[in-house]
Design a binder for this molecule. Structure first.
Ligand code: AMP
Length: 278
């Protein structure tokens, strides 16, 4: 497995690859969800194809009061996870090489980014779009895989690829969960044992909400159950159209029930499908 620590190294290695190149961008602190993405990428690449993983904690997608400095960076373990899951190359660029101090060009998706996480994390999706656009231009993948756990991110990036004509096919991967339903996340390590025990109630609340008929009852049921979790503070609980992320007006349409919840100091996000009903 090639480990490229500079853009030049990655580009030189990429030049020699023919056929499919399937790309999995990550911020590291890899867990079972990331490993599943890399294994799915291996499958999608097919015989003769290539799987590239990037590990880069992207400074410009964090707000000033967020956890950029303390975000876990266990690189040695991450490389082992990539190798076991079948990556051919891992790209680990430095922030200095990725960003000039006087950078002045960004990629801004202005519609889907405005709701949900965009409300409480201003500038977050601009940071995500900018880094993914840069990584696409460096890695030049034919395909890219993203997790449905970050549903809004997936929708925003699909829109970026569509509107800017990136020659990349974007695919989503279902959310990987712990046995009690909690979505695996690099931020779960921030939870203390009692918060960790309570965290599974977020997914359970979403499932209970999804069983209801109208989008408003879906939302109110999930909100009520999440509010009852000791120490939980809701950022949002919303039923949205799966593609446009606009408020879901009817369960005739494909929807998504999405939530962001603080458990103590840790902000957790999750979402589940609201399949259309006749
Ligand atoms: P991150 O390192 O958190 O930026 O995530 C890198 C990629 O892994 C993104 O496409 C995420 O959506 C995806 N991912 C993170 N957690 C999960 C999970 N529990 N299940 C599936 N995909 C995930």
């Amino acid at each position: 497995m090639k480990v490229a620590k500079s853009i030049a190294q990655l580009r030189a290695w990429r030049k020699r690859r023919l056929g499919r190149v399937v790309f999995v961008p990550t911020m590291g602190a890899l867990h079972a969800g990331h490993a599943a993405l890399v294994r799915a990428a291996r499958k999608l690449a097919g015989p003769g194809g290539t799987v590239v993983v990037s590990i880069f904690v992207n400074p410009i997608q964090f707000g000033p009061k967020e956890d950029f400095a303390s975000y876990p960076r266990p690189l040695k373990n991450d490389l082992a996870v990539c190798r076991t899951a079948g990556a051919d190359a891992v790209f680990v660029p430095s922030p200095q090489e990725m960003y000039f101090d006087d950078r002045s060009v960004f990629v801004d998706e202005s519609l889907l980014s405005a709701s949900l996480c965009g409300q409480s994390r201003p500038g977050h999706f601009r940071g995500v779009c900018t880094v993914v656009a840069k990584l696409f231009l460096i890695v030049q993948p034919t395909h890219a895989l993203f997790g449905e756990k970050d549903w809004q991110q997936l929708a925003v990036l699909r829109r970026m690829v569509r509107d800017l004509n990136f020659p990349v096919e974007v695919a989503g991967h279902p959310t990987v969960r712990e046995s009690d339903g909690l979505a695996t996340s690099s931020r779960n390590v921030y939870l203390n044992p009692s918060e960790r025990a309570l965290a599974s109630r977020i997914h359970a609340a979403l499932l209970a909400g999804a069983g209801k008929k109208s989008p408003t009852t879906v939302e109110s049921t999930a909100s009520r159950l999440i509010s009852a979790i000791p120490g939980a503070r809701i950022d949002y609980v919303e039923a949205v159209h799966a593609e446009t992320l606009q408020p879901l007006t009817s369960r005739k349409f494909p929807g998504r029930l999405a939530a962001a919840v603080f458990l103590g100091a840790t902000r957790l996000i999750d979402n589940i499908p609201l399949p259309p009903t006749p």
